[in-house]
Design a protein around this ligand. Structure first.
Ligand SMILES: Cc1cc2nc3c(=O)[nH]c(=O)nc-3n(C[C@H](O)[C@H](O)[C@H](O)COP(=O)(O)OP(=O)(O)OC[C@H]3O[C@@H](n4cnc5c(N)ncnc54)[C@H](O)[C@@H]3O)c2cc1C
Length: 472
């Protein structure tokens, strides 16, 4: 049984057959229609029902992408972009079938402009590939979702990660895009200038559009200089409220940390077991400071004072790169560590984000909700942004467990929205959060639908995502 009864669209059988025929002629082996390819491109880390595309095109060039879009537009057949498939809300599912465009072969670094601190890449480049490539330049790309996601996928979900509190999300770090639009032609949304007042901000329209407005064929990104000194550390608290209060105070005092991550006691237990660590099983903060020897030492000292004021334990910090790497590897593996707590269960990862002053309230109410309902659901968060995730472990074969999980997710999303927050800080809407988008944006949804209708009148780009239908 699936957790959510996701929307199934109508299939355009004749159109799909015509597109497959035409793409076979045009693209040969780049088109694959075998079941395992199709399943791989719908079945991801998501908890939602798998809905297979009818074919997968491994695009190698922009011309390949144009050919797919033109064929799909001609026959009104869905076309769904695919990076590495790590999105968590059913974004790459194909509820009406259609063609999945896999960008993994479009993975070239097009140009690095070190003197301008920017880079242009094809969408299939992954964040780790990019940072490996940049290693000798003294520059790095800071956005780090837990998965080794593609830059095209990250732009499309407006992703972020542990560094966002200092360096921003994809919305702040994409300077320009090229996009193949519904007529099968390519547009460029901006240039490399750091700012521009030239007309509508199309770059930010496509960032976070989840592939519903066009297919991204290149991304120009801001880069950052690797800091002279990086220190990191850990401290524990007796209650989750005290840990959250320390975060709020640190943000409000303007201590310029680069990362501040919250892990509740269940998440720490999971990380200890999964990553062979021995942290105290208490609410914990992981931190990192970027700067010089002097500034990072000063910031660590200031943070120690905040911890003391909030009744936390000792803040143990280090400049040792290996120690820090161990800590952040454990943090990035938090999802898998949580799953390993109960491998026989299904997992649902959901995220919300609230204004920082409401963070402690939202997290403590959520933890109480988990306890009251006897759930196994670790909490982990990019706390400095007011963003946290809950990984609910539930029994996907049991109707009661499914109903309880859905009810919990609804309460969590409504709690965040009621605090003037959002139903997703970074995972996006996909299929899983369509009803919460409606609740969050109200009648602004009509404007979103109008934009979709105007740029994609036949609803070929990733239909059945963000909103149930773009037709009136
Ligand atoms: C363990 C784990 C940890 C995670 N941690 C985080 C986190 O900390 N922060 C965070 O933000 N997310 C996180 N995520 C979610 C996920 O990694 C992000 O949503 C990521 O941005 C998805 O990238 P992708 O390459 O996997 O894209 P996909 O899943 O392949 O696609 C995502 C969406 O983008 C569209 N798309 C892909 N490529 C293109 C393109 N070239 N043009 C147009 N549309 C395109 C797809 O159609 C789909 O709608 C995590 C996921 C996992 C599994």
């Amino acid at each position: 049984m699936a957790l959510k009864d996701v929307v199934s669209g109508t299939r355009n059988e004749a159109g799909i057959a015509a597109v497959l025929d035409s793409l076979k002629q045009l693209l040969g082996e780049k088109l694959q229609t075998g079941h395992s390819f199709r399943e791989q491109h719908a079945h991801t880390t998501t908890y939602l029902t798998t809905q297979l595309p009818d074919g997968v095109v491994f695009a190698e060039t922009t011309d390949d992408v144009k050919a797919v879009v033109k064929a799909c537009a001609q026959h009104k057949v869905p076309v769904i972009g695919f990076g590495v498939g790590s999105s968590l809300e059913g974004q790459v599912n194909a509820p009406s079938g259609g063609i999945s465009v896999d960008f993994s072969r479009m993975n070239r670094i097009i140009s690095v402009n070190a003197e301008d601190l920017d880079v242009t890449v094809e969408p299939g480049v992954t964040r780790e590939q990019l940072n490996t490539y940049l290693r000798d330049t003294g520059l790095f790309f800071p956005i780090d979702p837990g998965a080794n996601a593609s830059i095209g996928g990250m732009a499309s979900t407006r992703a972020s990660g542990t560094n966002a509190v200092r360096y921003g999300t994809m919305k702040d770090n994409v300077l320009a895009l090229t996009v193949v639009t519904a007529d099968g032609e390519e547009i460029r949304t901006g240039r490399r200038a750091r700012k521009s007042s030239a007309g509508y901000d199309l770059t930010r329209l496509f960032v976070g559009a989840e592939g519903t407005l066009g297919l991204i064929t290149s991304v120009t990104l801001r880069l950052q200089g690797i800091p002279e000194k990086i220190t990191g550390g850990v401290c524990t608290f007796d209650t989750i409220k005290a840990a959250c209060d320390a975060v709020i105070m640190t943000v409000q005092m303007g201590i310029p940390f680069a990362r501040i991550e919250l892990l509740d006691e269940v998440q720490i237990r999971a990380c200890n077991a999964y990553s062979c660590l021995s942290y105290d099983e208490k609410p914990t903060l992981f931190l990192e400071f970027h700067g010089t020897e002097e500034t990072t030492a000063l910031q660590s000292q200031q943070f120690s004072e905040v911890v003391a004021e909030c009744g936390g334990g000792e803040f143990r910090w280090t400049g040792d790169a290996q120690e820090r790497a161990k800590l952040w590897k454990a943090r990035h593996d938090a999802y898998w560590a949580s799953k390993a707590l109960a491998p026989h269960l299904d997992a649902l990862s959901t995220d919300v984000c609230v204004p920082i002053s409401r963070f402690a309230e939202c997290v403590t109410e959520t933890q109480q909700d988990i306890i009251d309902n006897g759930m196994l659901a670790p909490i982990v968060g990019h706390a400095g942004d007011g963003n946290f995730h809950v990984l609910v472990l539930f029994d996907g074969k049991d109707a009661t467990s499914i109903a309880n999980t859905e009810a919990f997710v609804a309460r969590l999303n409504r709690r965040a929205i009621a605090m003037d927050g959002t139903c997703t800080g970074e995972h996006g809407i996909g299929q899983g959060k369509m009803s919460f988008l409606e609740e969050e944006v109200g009648n602004a949804l009509d404007m979103m639908i109008a934009i979709k209708r105007s740029l994609d009148p036949d609803n070929i780009f990733n239909p059945g995502k963000l909103f149930r239908s773009h037709k009136p």
